[in-house]
Design a protein around this ligand. Structure first.
Ligand SMILES: Cc1cc2nc3c(=O)[nH]c(=O)nc-3n(C[C@H](O)[C@H](O)[C@H](O)COP(=O)(O)OP(=O)(O)OC[C@H]3O[C@@H](n4cnc5c(N)ncnc54)[C@H](O)[C@@H]3O)c2cc1C
Length: 477
């Protein structure tokens, strides 16, 4: 019998699994698709305090998030990177004093910080290239943390497994039975799992899973808000990102992405369906129009190389504007008529680790285990603090690999050695040995798992190369 079954392999589910198994709980996780196949891979990829939440007086969330920024930078240095954000000043929207107070708080709310403090700048003086129109003269600069979102989830899952958690991917729940002291969960394979507690970590699906699979009612509601991004060819040279204030009081980001692209997003588009969201024409036009009101070299629809959309599971608070609804999280516990089920509502990538600790605190009521918090101290797989020894992998490929896999590179070296010069070339610097590594070591099953989650090479991956990858997948699965 498991102590705990977690349903959902997004960041909140895998984070909880890692924490729980590390404290000695017999833990299992069931995911209907791949790790991070929903919201957790379609984010803006920032571990951030959320400067704009200060406007909603969400100080608690900003403080917690800023503290987490420090922790995640420490436990996942290989998949994170501090970035400077430039905020061009738009006097008609927010006066200088307001921005200065906001940044003053942002620099200090999280306590001791390793990030550069914010400052006032002249937009032309600071960077290799200033992509912003001449009518914007000055602005502010502050720092936040970029993260590879789906790999953050994957590494939490991998570590949970290493510590003894059982993870089922691509698995559907077909039946659920509740007893006084345990749950029986039947999987599509026919296997029946028994657990003392269930955690429903299904993100946007949470209420629907509670109602339709567990036949339970919820007192809370989720507001499902689609957010979409555009990826275009690099708009400007330089590592700095931009946070652009729009006339409707929203903000959008413009972030350098994978050395050759610029990522633009996001939108707040309310929906009532959470399966496979796609960007709408309205969202595309909104993002293009918004970014064009700031940049010198304007873009058009023909510049779009790729788009993606995800659904934010926000806790409904009857606030009219989606952008104003808090990004905080809460839980709903149902333990009156049998074994307990805890449902996670809301949350951000940034706060997943704290959210997991809160879940563990709730589990104390039902299970006996170590109360020692540990996830802020133990690095995620691949984290390194010294130069990694490379053996044979050519330097051209090594540079990307080290940023993706960190010190797991020694394992990749073993796969490289199995083949003559890394095996078949699939595309650009992606060879058969890496595909095989991802299948054997990182649970990849499809080309989508490989191209859009374990690596992010999918954006300009040609059809013929993808066909080749499919053949290689069959060879090694
Ligand atoms: C556009 C956008 C931008 C964002 N940007 C940021 C950002 O920059 N920084 C930040 O901190 N946060 C950001 N967020 C928020 C963050 O991405 C989400 O809060 C977070 O990923 C939610 O994680 P989750 O685990 O709760 O949900 P999900 O990632 O959606 O995971 C839920 C999982 O449950 C699975 N599931 C559903 N039903 C079942 C079932 N019946 N059986 C088994 N499995 C099931 C799903 O397949 C899914 O994998 C952004 C969100 C969006 C939409």
């Amino acid at each position: 019998m498991y102590d705990l079954i977690i349903i959902g392999g997004g960041i909140n589910g895998v984070g909880t699994a890692r924490d729980a198994v590390g404290r000695g709980l017999n833990t299992c996780l069931i995911e209907k698709g791949d790790i991070a196949s929903q919201t957790s891979s379609w984010s803006t990829k920032l571990i951030h305090g959320g400067i704009r939440y200060l406007e909603n007086y969400d100080f608690k969330l900003v403080r917690e998030s800023l503290k987490e920024r420090e922790v995640i930078k420490k436990i996942a240095p290989h998949i994170t990177k501090p970035i400077n954000f430039v905020l061009p000043h738009v006097p008609s929207l927010r006066p200088s004093w307001m921005i200065r107070i906001g940044l003053f708080l942002y620099d200090r709310l999280g306590g001791k910080s390793s990030f550069e403090k914010s400052k006032f700048i002249n937009l032309n003086d600071h960077f290799k290239e200033n992509p912003i129109k001449e009518n914007f003269i000055s602005g502010y600069i502050y720092s936040d943390l970029y993260v590879d979102d789906s790999r953050l989830a994957l590494l939490n899952a991998e570590d949970a497994m290493k510590r003894g958690a059982k993870i089922y991917l691509n698995t559907k729940i077909v039946k659920v039975l509740r007893d006084r002291s345990f749950w029986l969960i039947t999987l599509d394979s026919g296997e029946v799992l028994k657990s003392k507690v269930v955690v429903n970590a299904t993100g946007p699906f949470a209420i629907s899973v509670l109602n339709n699979i567990f036949k339970l009612k919820s007192n809370k509601k989720l507001r499902l808000v689609q957010g979409s991004h555009l990826v275009v060819k690099k708009i400007y040279e330089g590592d700095q990102a931009y946070i652009l204030q729009l006339d409707d009081k929203r903000i959008i980001f413009m972030i350098p992405y994978q050395n050759k692209y610029t990522l633009i997003g996001t939108t707040d588009h309310e929906v009532d369906n959470f399966e496979n969201p796609k960007i709408t024409d309205e969202e595309k036009n909104y993002l293009i129009k918004s970014v064009n009101s700031f940049i010198k070299k304007e873009i058009s629809e023909s510049d779009i190389l790729w788009t993606y959309s995800g659904i934010r599971p926000l806790i409904e608070d009857n606030n009219q504007k989606a952008s104003k609804v808090s990004r905080d999280y809460s839980f709903e516990v149902d333990d009156k008529d049998g074994a307990p089920i805890i449902t996670i509502l809301g949350g951000k990538l940034t706060t997943y680790r704290k959210l997991s600790e809160q879940i563990l605190k709730k589990l104390n009521k039902y299970l006996v285990f170590s109360n020692k918090k540990w996830t802020s101290e133990e690095a995620l797989p691949g984290a390194y603090d010294k130069i990694i020894n490379n053996r044979n992998i050519p330097q051209r490929i090594f540079k990307r690999l080290i940023k993706t896999y960190g010190n797991k590179i020694s394992k990749l070296n073993e796969f490289y050695d199995e083949f003559d010069t890394g095996g078949e070339l699939i595309f650009d610097d992606f060879y058969e040995f890496e595909a095989k590594y991802l299948i054997k070591e990182e649970m990849a099953r499809t080309s989508e798992d490989i191209l859009f989650r374990r690596t992010k090479l999918g954006i300009d991956f040609p059809k013929e190369a993808r066909d080749k990858l499919e053949i290689i997948l069959k060879r090694h699965l």
